[in-house]
Design a protein around this ligand. Structure first.
Ligand code: GLV
Ligand code: MN
Ligand code: MN
Length: 413
């Protein structure tokens, strides 16, 4: 058949997204499907059943990533890979990650129903724990697969309740046997919502990021001295939370002080014993620094550390710093980025060449194979929130761009 006329089934894509949105649905209209939770397990089971319905060869690797392989005419050629993640943030949205997996599934269904044969095999993937919210860091399974992170280190990462990532993989039945180890991939496409406001503001349907900012994650642990809040004078206190609060403000000021293009955020704080009438004797918070310029982000951290040392000394709250995770900025394969733009044009969609501020498994894939992403607009530029939304028309448009990018790559010798 003339595959240029091929289109995905938008209604079927919507139905799959809606069914997935029911797994871990939150009262505010979002989803909570934390990595390796019972909800993640249910979403995985459903995905695997859908992959089996298409007769795909299903493999689970040691990090729990799920692969579904469709043979090519020349099955010895490296495959084209497409996918994203099914896990979510706490009180996350119904599109982040899952759109890229359901979009890829819709591409597979479309090829299956029209009995399209491609030269190269095609693989759909769901990467384990992209979010890094329950177990830091993010993108851990694609990082292990790409050879950038150690499997056993990843297994040992714990959540706030002390549960280990490796044990939780086992508990939900997704600690697979296949080595979490890269194999040759001809091209990797990740379809995703933009998670920012640019496409909507500029009235464009498809975004083709030229790459992803670097992501640097840090953990700060402070020790103070607990005491009864009433009788203890304000002078001479060693309040771990007050020290943390000053440090949070220092992080917020970093981008303005540094200049250039960067963002810096504290998103998670714990305070102990967390009682209104005890001076906190322990505090922990996270720092997230992102920039297109890795060196700039590193310099920002040096500046932050100096501030932290001064604050900790003044407050009398000894500090421990952990440089938890760094992934370099990812400049995508220019040929594939152009292909996304051209394919959008051929399908009658407006498009924008841009940068991704959000992290994606594509960062690690980009280190080992030609990689590009396809973005569709986030309504109001909102993401990692329950109101995260994208129109069904845009979901369908992005899936059609994915379909045709994949067809082109899978047709290459
Ligand atoms: C991934 O969700 C990120 O933090 O950008
Ligand atoms: Mn995502
Ligand atoms: Mn996310």
């Amino acid at each position: 058949m003339d595959t240029t006329l091929l289109r995905v089934n938008g209604k079927r894509l919507r139905a799959s997204l809606e069914q997935m949105a029911g797994i871990g649905a939150t009262p505010g209209g979002g989803v909570q499907r934390l990595a390796l939770s019972d909800e993640d397990q249910k979403a995985r089971d459903l995905l695997v059943s859908w992959l089996r319905d298409l007769d795909l060869g299903v493999t689970i690797d040691e990090m729990g990533s799920i692969f579904g392989r469709r043979p090519g005419r020349d099955d010895s050629l490296p495959p084209v890979m497409m996918g994203s993640h099914v896990d979510s943030q706490p009180k996350g949205g119904r599109f982040d990650g899952i759109l890229g997996v359901m979009g890829a599934l819709e591409v597979m269904r479309t090829l299956h129903e029209h009995q399209v044969r491609t030269e190269r095999p095609i693989v759909i993937v769901d990467w384990t724990n992209e979010e890094g919210s329950r177990f830091a860091p993010a993108m851990v399974a694609s990082g292990v697969w790409a050879g950038a992170l150690e499997r056993d280190w990843a297994y040992g990462r714990t959540d706030l309740n002390g549960k280990k990532q490796g044990e939780e993989l086992e508990r939900i039945g997704y600690k697979g046997k296949a080595p979490a180890k890269k194999w040759p991939v001809h091209a990797y496409y990740e379809y995703h919502i933009e998670q920012g406001p640019l496409l909507e503001r500029q009235g464009k349907t498809i975004g083709a990021p030229k790459g992803i900012l670097c992501l640097h994650w840090y953990d700060v642990y402070l020790t103070g001295e607990a005491n009864q809040v009433g009788p203890t004078p304000m002078e001479g206190r060693h309040d771990a939370l007050v020290a943390a609060a000053e440090m949070v403000l220092a992080v917020n000021r970093l981008p303005a002080r540094m200049g250039g293009n960067m963002v810096a955020t504290v998103g998670e704080v714990q305070c102990y014993p967390n009682s209104r009438n005890i001076i906190p004797d322990r505090a922990h918070f996270t720092v997230d620094i992102r920039s297109w310029d890795d060196e700039h982000a590193l310099k920002a951290w040096e500046l932050a550390k100096k501030d932290f040392q001064e604050i900790a000394a003044r407050q009398g709250t000894p500090m421990r710093l952990e440089e938890t995770w760094r992934v370099a900025h990812a400049p995508f394969n220019e040929k594939l980025v152009q292909r996304v733009l051209e394919t959008a044009g051929q399908l009658g969609c407006s498009s924008l060449h841009m940068v991704s501020g959000a992290g994606h498994d594509a960062s690690y894939l980009n280190q080992v194979c030609p990689t590009a992403m396809i973005f569709v607009p986030s309504i109001g530029g909102r993401s990692h929130v329950e109101v995260e939304n994208t129109s069904w028309e845009d979901c369908e448009a992005g899936a059609n761009v994915l379909l045709h990018c994949v067809l082109t790559s899978a047709g290459e010798r």
